[in-house]
Design a protein. Structure first.
Length: 272
């Protein structure tokens, strides 16, 4: 495997506006260069002590705002994923990166020491959650258990016949997703279809099955998308102490056109 890892640190511009000194010295280009070199040397020294796998590892220091710089750099190098640390401040950075990037974001807590063995992936049958299923299956490495969950809204106002049709269509589609996940890496899968608030049910189920990984898809990048679809991934990133994978659309201009919310029992049955 030709694995390439780029370790990126971002030096934010110094805040000079809060200075009480009457003398303000603006850092010049040479000063910023020396500052970046110092940070790079420190990171390279730390990396040399780590038992990293055989890979092409490089260190880069950027200058700018953290989240926009990382998201843009990932786009420029066509990164497969962005990996960030979890925690109170790091979680907020991951959240901001998620809202800007067109690259999957993996938030990893300090307690993580190995690849996950039990994963939980939330699906809504959009292309975003399909990406989450594929990446979660690969991260488990063919040796784990992947719980696949779809959270349905309450159906108190619907008739029994409508609910039965919906549940049958949902079962067919969930089985198809589970089979596709198993084919990717040979992992074992289990299906869950609770009803309620998506983020709450996902977090509760992750606790119950002791998942090492939670994978979700995020639909878009504009303000409305973050309020609606993005609220689930945002809340999970903020609340969970587990590894969290958020897959994002690579083409935000077409993102909402690719969403398929239909759970059609009749069309699914006629295909099989």
């Amino acid at each position: 495997m030709n694995l390439s890892i780029r370790l990126v640190s971002v030096n934010e511009p110094l805040d000079i506006f809060g200075s009480t000194s009457p003398y303000i010295l603006l850092p010049d280009e040479e000063w910023e260069k020396r500052r970046a070199e110092t940070v790079q040397e420190e990171i390279e020294g730390s990396v040399a002590k780590l038992p990293l796998p055989a890979a092409n590892v490089s260190v880069e220091v950027l200058i700018g705002s953290v989240a926009p710089s990382i998201a843009e750099h990932a786009r420029q190098i066509d990164a497969s994923a962005i990996v960030v640390g979890a925690g109170r401040s790091a979680g907020e950075v991951a959240l901001r990166i998620m809202n800007l990037a067109h690259t999957p974001v993996l938030s990893v807590p300090a307690s993580a020491r190995e690849l996950p063995r039990t994963g939980l992936v939330a699906v809504d049958f959009s292309s975003f959650s399909e990406d989450a299923v594929r990446m979660a299956a690969l991260l488990l490495g063919g040796k784990g258990l992947l719980h696949i969950v779809h959270v349905s809204p309450p159906f108190e106002s619907r008739g029994a016949e409508w609910v039965n049709t919906y549940e049958e269509g949902l079962r067919i589609r969930m089985e198809r997703v589970a089979n596709e996940a198993a084919e990717i890496s040979g992992i074992e899968t289990k299906i869950h279809t609770p009803a309620g608030r998506p983020a709450q049910r996902i977090l509760e189920l992750a606790e119950k099955v002791e998942a090492d990984l939670i994978a979700v898809g995020s639909h878009g990048h504009n303000f409305l998308d973050r309020i609606l679809a993005g609220s689930v991934s945002s809340r999970i990133l903020r609340k969970s102490q587990r590894i969290v994978l958020v897959t994002t659309p690579r083409d935000p201009a077409k993102a909402l056109d690719r969403v398929d919310y239909r759970v059609a029992a009749t069309s699914e049955q006629t295909e099989g």
